[in-house]
Design a protein around this ligand. Structure first.
Ligand code: ADP
Length: 359
């Protein structure tokens, strides 16, 4: 099927000429002479790309572009500005900041315009293919993890039953083998649960509301109560800001960061402090520990799914920090670590003041 373009321009002659050469190049071209009409056609017909004049009689092109970007139905349609009047560099900046993908100053050679249109359509196609394959991959991970739960439960249950019913009559070696089977099944169970948690985070929508960050911290501390007591961990937190967040997900971020601070402890009892620093447009939240620390070489890698540095001596699946990253980014923030081996770690993440949350 031929790609559909929307050509928005109030200058009839120029618009007609453009439509003609684009049609000859194999595109199906829709037309609009005003901004609002263009918006309406974009919503109804969902063209593959929009060519947008800046000076329009009703709403200016920059505003049309912002409106396109703020509507989930049209936010991903590529937009090229074409203008003969707004030619200064600040205009180009404003157009691109409004969400356009390109800004061309007239006169534009027809072949150059066609090549630009094709390049943007190719980029969008590649992006769509990537999104589709990512979606399939997470679906696959979810289904596999989900389906593995039941057979695994059987392996574990029957191994436990064997130990309980016949353990007394078994040779010591056989008993050890059975114990290994149960331990292996339990490790796999934890891994699958982490995978499922990760899949769910990727899929569900955020439920945000203004929340005092003390609340998710306290939720995390409640969940970690046993571990905290077991290791005599001391956790302090300063007064926290109220931010528009999904409190359940934020609690997961704190649970993973505090849980890790305890898991990767040094010889001394874990001492963890959580603080918030206000900046002009965001808050920086820091979780500071006195644990074994991390070689800065791995500062980025540890946030990648399944990446583990201390895999042998500590249980885990390398999913915790990937979940933190996912959740923080869903809230429009970023996460990083500052650390050195033997000197504890500082995990920091930002949360924008104005809600930039997206699922
Ligand atoms: P997991 O704990 O299951 O291995 P994570 O994604 O939570 O997975 O962490 C990834 C890796 O980052 C861990 O294996 C560990 O090597 C390192 N790490 C995470 N938190 C800390 C910490 N507070 N101190 C030292 N190392 C840490």
């Amino acid at each position: 099927m031929e790609p559909v373009l929307l050509n928005v321009d109030d200058d009839e002659i120029g618009r007609y000429a453009r439509t003609r050469f684009l049609s000859r190049a194999g595109f199906h071209v829709l037309e609009a002479g005003e901004g609002l009409q263009g918006l309406q056609i974009a919503r109804e017909r969902k063209p593959d790309l929009i060519l947008l004049d800046v000076n329009l009689p009703d709403v200016d092109g920059f505003e049309v572009c912002r409106l396109l970007r703020s509507d989930p139905e049209t936010e991903r349609i590529p937009v090229i500005f074409l203008t003969a009047s707004k030619l200064a560099d600040p205009d180009v900046v404003e157009g691109l900041e409004a969400g356009a993908d390109n800004y061309l100053r007239e006169p534009v050679d027809p072949d150059v315009l066609i090549a630009n249109v094709r390049a943007l359509l190719r980029a969008r196609e590649a992006e769509d293919a990537l999104a589709r394959s990512n979606e399939q991959l997470s679906r696959f991970a979810f289904v596999v993890s989900h389906e593995l739960q039941e057979p695994l439960r059987m392996v574990k249950t029957y191994s436990q039953l064997l130990t309980k019913k016949y353990g007394a009559g078994l040779e010591p070696d056989a008993l050890t083998y059975l114990q290994h089977t149960v331990q292996g099944a339990e490790r796999m169970e934890r891994f699958i649960q982490d995978m499922l948690r990760y899949s769910r985070i990727s899929e569900g929508d955020l439920q945000t509301k203004p929340t005092r960050l003390e609340i998710p911290i306290q939720m995390a501390l409640m969940e970690l109560d046993l571990t905290i007591k077991e290791h005599g961990a001391i956790i302090e937190y300063s007064t926290m800001p109220t931010i528009e967040v999904d409190s359940m997900r934020m609690a997961q971020v704190f649970r993973n960061l505090i849980g890790n601070a305890i898991k990767y402890r040094s010889e001394t009892a874990p001492a963890i402090s959580i603080s918030a620093e206000e900046r002009s447009s965001e808050f920086v939240i820091t979780v500071n520990d006195n644990g074994i620390g991390i070689d800065p070489v791995y500062s980025d890698e540890i946030f990648v799914l399944f990446k583990r540095l201390h895999g042998r001596d500590k249980s885990g699946s390398g999913v915790g920090l990937a979940i933190c990253k996912q959740i923080v980014e869903q809230h429009g923030g970023a996460i990083w670590v500052v650390s050195k081996p033997g000197q504890g770690s500082q995990f920091c993440f930002t949360l924008p003041k104005a809600s930039a949350a997206h699922a």
